[in-house]
Design a protein around this ligand. Structure first.
Ligand SMILES: Nc1ncnc2c1ncn2[C@@H]1O[C@H](COP(=O)(O)OP(=O)(O)OP(=O)(O)O)[C@@H](O)[C@H]1O
Ligand SMILES: [Mg+2]
Length: 345
């Protein structure tokens, strides 16, 4: 037989064997251990006691209100991966305030798979979906109710749930996607506004009584009980001294509205757009911004505690969009800021 034909036959044979092997594990579990051992053996992670409670919670609807840096994303990444691997043909969807954030979480999950176990991944690697040899998949979707409508899922994970725009619409379509599979929904976040679905899930006992609720303040997660370092907490305390409401939300994980704030938190959340493109410094001050436009410039001066900040907005078709923002380092001389304003103008 000609050597090129022999090579071709060998390649075909190899592909066939691979397909047969893949076919044999489709629909089956790729891990036997429970989630705690899975975290230890696969992810080299020893969950804190409060993380264990979440990882082992069998409820269909779960809401976790945890302080900053307590391991929210780590925990839900582990749940996603374990769900995908412990039985076959499971579909897991990850949602976050923006597609960028859900894709970032997916890439974290991908990187957490140990090098010697990467053969569990099949198909082409792409930034929005991980496919496994047992037919399971984990997909990062944009925050858009339309993309989930009509889909069926076994597990939906919502990270930073308190900061999702159009949260109620997203949740409605999400729940619909779980009905045929009797799937699960897990929302995690630090608290945001009280005018949010996340608040309702945490507090409304009439409408959301079915939710299993988890609350973790920074005190529960200080080393050695969790990943939070005392030193880091101390420096955050200093930074948030002037904003006790933020401290309560982010570190105590309690809902607290800033009563002195001019704009309520829910209005700010509604206005945040993750797709907005802004001009960076070089473009803004070299005059490449279109010269004709309805622009407004605002400046907030600060030097020791707060930064000086300049913002430029454009009013167009009834919308006001931020097109440039410059935050100066602490201690920047006011004459420098005036100079920047002159160049912008
Ligand atoms: N059980 C654990 N043991 C050791 N380190 C951990 C553990 N859980 C989380 N971490 C580490 O703590 C850090 C914060 O974790 P993670 O990003 O999951 O927190 P988060 O609550 O999602 O943070 P954020 O509030 O910024 O979204 C990461 O470096 C992560 O690797
Ligand atoms: Mg996180």
């Amino acid at each position: 037989m000609h050597s090129s034909v022999r090579r071709e036959v060998a390649r075909e044979w190899e592909d066939m064997q691979k397909e047969l092997a893949e076919e044999a594990i489709k629909g089956k579990g790729l891990v036997d251990e429970g989630i705690i051992d899975f975290c230890k053996n696969w992810l080299k992670l020893t969950p804190a006691a409060y993380q264990e409670r979440l990882l082992l919670d069998p409820a269909r609807f779960i809401v976790a209100r945890w302080a900053r840096q307590t391991g929210k994303t780590t925990s839900i990444s582990a749940i996603s991966l374990h769900t995908a691997l412990s039985s076959g043909s499971k579909r897991i969807v990850i949602l976050a305030p923006s597609w960028r954030q859900s894709k970032r979480m997916l890439s974290r999950i991908e990187r957490s798979i140990p090098k010697n176990r990467r053969s569990i991944l099949t198909g082409r690697l792409h930034k929005t979906k991980l496919e496994f040899a047992n037919g399971s998949s984990i997909e990062a979707l944009p925050n858009n109710p339309e993309t989930i409508r009509g889909e069926t899922c076994d597990l939906i994970i919502l990270d930073e749930a308190a900061f999702v725009r159009y949260d109620k619409e997203l949740y409605d379509s999400t729940v619909y996607a779980l009905t045929t599979t009797n799937g699960r929904f897990i929302a995690v976040s630090t608290p945001g506004s009280r005018d949010s679905l996340f608040y309702e899930m945490c507090k409304n006992n009439d409408l959301y009584a079915e939710f299993s609720r988890h609350h973790v303040s920074y005190r529960d997660a200080l080393e050695p009980d969790g990943p939070l370092k005392e030193k880091m907490v101390e420096s955050l305390k200093v930074q948030m001294k002037a904003d006790p409401w933020r401290w309560q939300r982010e570190m105590e994980a309690e809902f607290a509205e800033d009563e002195e704030a001019f704009f309520p938190l829910n209005l700010i959340t509604k206005c945040v757009s993750y797709e907005l493109k802004t001009y960076d410094d070089s473009i803004a001050i070299t005059g490449q911004v279109p010269p004709l436009g309805n622009y407004y410039i605002g400046c907030d001066l600060g030097k020791k505690q707060d930064h000086s900040v300049i913002a430029v907005v454009e009013k167009k078709d009834g919308d006001v969009n931020l097109i440039h923002m410059k935050q100066f380092t602490l201690g920047t001389d006011y004459s420098h800021i005036m100079g920047y304003l002159v160049r912008l103008g």
